[in-house]
Structures are given as C-alpha cells and as structure tokens.
Ligand binder design. Structure first.
Ligand SMILES: C[S@@+](CC[C@H](N)C(=O)[O-])C[C@H]1O[C@@H](n2cnc3c(N)ncnc32)[C@H](O)[C@@H]1O
Length: 270
C-alpha cells in the first residue's frame, strides 16, 4: 500500500468528468475550480486514491500522479518529450540500472526524470542545459515530483559539447536542435558499444544527423523511428479508435558506437 498523501507531494485531482488538475499539496492552500473549492489540508494525510467533496458538492479523486501524468500536466519551460517517445528512448537506447547517461538539453526536465528513474540510485544521469532559465525551471519541476533532485541526477548549466569527453557516457540522449555537431566527438569519446540517441522533430534534422553518423564510420545499427500511439475509448458497445490523437512529435534515431569501420556497407549508406 502506498503512503498517504503528504505535504509537498505531487497530487492529481480527477473530477467527475475525468478532468485532471495537478498540484503540489501545500498546507493552507485551497484548490479552486468551476465546481467549488477543496483545501489542500483536507487531502493531506488521506490515502492515495481517496475521494473528496468540493465546497459545491462535486466529487474529486486525489491520487499520486504517475511520472507520465506529471510530465504532461506540469508547467513547461521548453517543449517536453512525450511519454510515448520517452518509452521508446528508454528501450531503443537500452537505458537501465547503473548506467551513465549524458542528456541534453534538460529543457523542462521531463526526459531527465524518466532517465533518472531508469538508471536508479546506482546509475548516473548528467543533464546539460544551455539556458539558465530552463536549467532553473527544470530543477524546480524535478524537485516537485521527486521531493528533491535525485542524487543520481546532476543538472549542469552549459553546452553538451563541453561535457561529453569528461563524462564518456554509456548512453548519449540528445533533444537539441543540431545534434549532428556532436556526432564526431561522440564517435571519438564514447565507449565502444555505447548508444547515441537523438530526438528530432523534422526530417532535415534527421538527415543531417544520419549523414554525420555515417561520415564517422563508427556507428552501426542506425535506426530512425516515429512512435504513434492511438487511444481506444471503450464505452459500452462503442469501441473505436479516438477521433483525435497526438500526431507528430519527433523522430528518434539511435546507433551503436563501435571500435572501427562497420563491416557491412549498408550500415554506412545514407
Ligand atoms: C526541446 S528542449 C528539451 C526538452 C527536454 N527533452 C524535456 O523533455 O523536457 C531543448 C533544450 O535544449 C537546450 N539546448 C540546445 N542546444 C544545447 C546544447 N548544445 N547543449 C545544452 N543544451 C542545449 C535548449 O536551451 C532547450 O532548453
């Protein structure tokens, strides 16, 4: 059983129509919406998933947000990597406990949180952000979910280009506009067998990145995918795909760094 909701915890309120409201529980603060109000103090100390009644008699369910709920509802600085894409990043870049991951840019901190969870307390994520406002914003959002910036997550302000040689990461995860500039240095400094992963919204950016990877002759198994997720509402006998879905977000390109030129010519074709 999970612990009761405590002061400072992130909390998601669901109303009777399934609308979601995200907050960090703060003593003395009152949640207000069009169907009344509910003091945070009434929620603090109650169970995860507890039911409450607003001042106008409407029901609200208080539940601890999943990381994906939090990322989608939190206040954003930069555009976040959506949970559907973050899931594929974790699997295709093969990120797991104990690994060292270098990420850039931190942006709103959405992907950094997912990565920090995946590597766990025995791993290390260094997340680099060029802009000081994004760096500060991400730090607040991350602490808002975990209670503090987790010890395995180091938020650095600066450019990823200046950090990669020092970190020599097992996994490099980039959500920056021009990740191809760092490809030659990644090929020089990342350990053999490591994974380069770039998340990019447009085709020309993917082409530049693939070209740069091929030019180094140090990457194999280079793959670009797009992740499409379509929800199916199920209401009685009405079972069908949702009318709307998150359309295009980005392409995810991954490749494995190797010791020398690939043996297969197809690995180099662009
Ligand atoms: C789209 S946002 C990243 C969002 C992040 N992945 C998330 O899920 O919240 C891109 C960020 O990269 C930063 N950036 C761009 N180039 C960079 C570089 N070379 N080194 C570090 N950060 C960089 C930008 O300032 C911006 O905040």
């Amino acid at each position: 059983m999970s612990a009761p909701l405590a002061a400072g915890d992130p909390c998601l309120l669901f109303d009777s129509k399934g609308r979601r409201y995200l907050m960090n529980l703060t003593p003395g603060r009152v949640f207000q919406y069009h169907l009344g109000s509910l003091p945070h103090d009434d929620i603090i100390g109650t169970g995860d998933g507890s039911i409450h009644t607003s001042s106008k008699g409407s029901r609200l369910t208080a539940i601890r947000p999943r990381l994906s709920d939090y990322v989608l509802k939190m206040e954003r600085g930069a555009q976040v990597v959506y949970p559907k894409d973050a899931g594929w990043v974790l699997v295709s870049a093969d990120i797991g406990p104990g690994m060292t991951v270098l990420e850039a840019g931190t942006g709103s901190g959405a992907l950094a949180m997912v990565l920090a969870r995946a590597v766990g307390p025995t791993g290390r994520v260094v997340s680099v952000e060029r802009r000081d406002d994004h760096h500060a914003h991400a730090s607040r959002r991350i602490a808002g979910f975990f209670g503090e910036v987790p010890p395995q997550l180091e938020l650095r302000q600066g450019a990823v280009e200046d950090v990669i040689a020092e970190i020599a990461p097992d996994r490099l995860v980039l959500d920056i506009p021009e990740p191809w500039h760092i490809v030659p240095e990644a090929a020089e400094t990342m350990p053999d067998g490591s994974v380069y992963c770039a998340y990019l919204p447009t085709v020309p950016q993917v082409q530049e990145t693939r070209r740069a990877m091929a030019a180094t002759k140090r990457f194999i198994d280079v793959v670009t995918v797009e992740v499409l997720v379509r929800e199916w509402p199920i209401e009685g006998r009405s079972v069908r795909p949702a009318h709307r879905m998150v359309g295009h977000t980005g392409f995810i390109t991954t490749g494995r760094k190797i010791a020398g030129a690939p043996v297969s010519a197809t690995d180099q074709e662009e």
